[in-house]
Design a protein around this ligand. Structure first.
Ligand SMILES: C[C@H](OP(=O)(O)OP(=O)(O)OC[C@H]1O[C@@H](n2cnc3c(=O)[nH]c(N)nc32)[C@H](O)[C@@H]1O)C(=O)O
Ligand code: FO1
Ligand code: MG
Length: 330
């Protein structure tokens, strides 16, 4: 049995070849939900869905989000209506207490669907409608995810990190904003001052997640701040990691990222934007997989390989390195 912790890019890439190394039926993936937003009344779970679509064989692997070849008729019509009506586009928060009555979805991640600021494909939207409807019917996010996983014929187990809402808020020189506003709408341009996981003080990992964390854990290459941060902000999650076998694959080669805003976010929370900073952020990790070109000296066992993942063969190589690292700390 093995458990992978996932954001929306690095671990899904690794999973592409991990099935050649670890039995899919014995693999669980715990996905971050700090990126989640409610958009036009529908709950969008980007990291859960990237794993869902990738494992279901429908992911757009150019972007690493959304369904390959999806149409965007509804999204375009939402923008046409907003333009025709002279309504402002861009993120429109629904964070007034009065607008949050009803479904228990936290108010700081609620956005209007007027001229929605994230491009939602039509097939992708069907997943959000199904998920939100199941929540409305009284099911938990874990149950809704299980139902969707069955619909996409997933062989692995897929779990959201929590059934409770946690919202990643980036505090910037231009004020606080939800991670999706920072990343999608502002293209990570505002200077990062701090990152907060709103709701994490009361959120709990689910029993299914805590069970999964009893097994050896692979932290795939992930953004330590915005993908692992929401998980680690839940005390019970961090405690569980501290008492299980954990191997982490660095998303850096020394101080270079492969993609995305991890370096700026690390610096913004006062961490070194490098593999050394990742190791400091992961005191629970028993061993690391680093790139062959990464000379960082760590105080824990290291397995080195080429960690660039461009397809299933690369993913298999990195997964084998993670397995070797797990065996080294057995
Ligand atoms: C915006 C994006 O969020 P998300 O997609 O959720 O990010 P992840 O938590 O998945 O982490 C991105 C992280 O992964 C690193 N990465 C990407 N490709 C590779 C690879 O082929 N090998 C490897 N070792 N790491 C990889 C990348 O450097 C990023 O830091 C986000 O935060 O980027
Ligand atoms: O850069 C973008 N990323 C989009 N993403 C990706 C997302 O913003 C982030 O990359 C993840 O949250 C990081 O894990 C989407 C993800 C979804 O699940 C659904 C819709 C979107 C839409 C966008 C988008 O319009 N632009
Ligand atoms: Mg993410």
């Amino acid at each position: 049995m093995v458990t992978f912790l996932a954001g929306g890019t690095g671990t899904p890439k690794l999973l592409d070849g991990a099935d050649r190394v670890f039995d899919s039926a014995e693999t669980t993936v715990v996905a971050n939900t700090g990126d989640d937003v409610e958009l036009g009344g529908h709950l969008v779970c980007p990291d859960v869905d990237t794993v869902l679509f990738n494992e279901g064989g429908v992911l757009d692997t150019e972007t690493w989000w959304g369904v390959d070849g999806d149409t965007t008729a509804t999204h375009e019509e939402l923008h046409r209506l907003a333009d025709a009506a002279g309504l402002d586009s861009g993120p429109r928060y629904l964070n007034d207490e009065a607008q949050t009555a009803g479904r228990d979805i936290a108010r700081w991640r609620r956005f209007s669907g007027v001229a929605e600021f994230m491009r939602i494909g039509d097939r992708d939207r069907a997943v959000h409608v199904t998920r939100t409807s199941l929540l409305d019917e009284g099911h938990s996010l874990t149950e809704a995810t299980r139902t969707l996983a069955a619909a996409f014929d997933l062989e692995i187990g897929l779990l959201p990190m929590s059934d409770d809402p946690v919202a990643t808020i980036v505090h910037t020189s231009e004020g606080p904003m939800h991670f999706q506003e920072f990343w999608v709408h502002r293209r990570a341009e505002p200077e990062v001052l701090d990152v907060e996981f709103r709701g994490s003080e009361t959120a709990e990992p689910t029993p299914a997640v805590l069970d999964a964390l009893d097994d050896p854990v692979v932290v795939g290459p992930s953004n330590p701040v915005t993908s692992l941060g929401p998980m680690l902000a839940m005390d019970a999650f961090a405690d569980a990691l501290a008492s299980t076998r954990v191997v982490a694959v660095s998303p850096f080669v020394e101080d270079e990222v492969f993609s995305g805003p991890a370096a700026d976010l690390m610096a913004g929370v006062g961490r070194d934007p490098s593999t050394a900073g990742v190791a400091d952020a992961y005191p629970f990790a028993d061993a690391f997989v680093l790139d062959a070109d990464d000379g960082t000296d760590l105080d824990r066992p290291v397995v080195r390989t080429d960690t660039e993942i461009g397809g299933p063969d690369d993913a298999e190589r990195v997964a084998r390195a993670a397995k070797r690292a797990l065996e080294a700390v057995d």
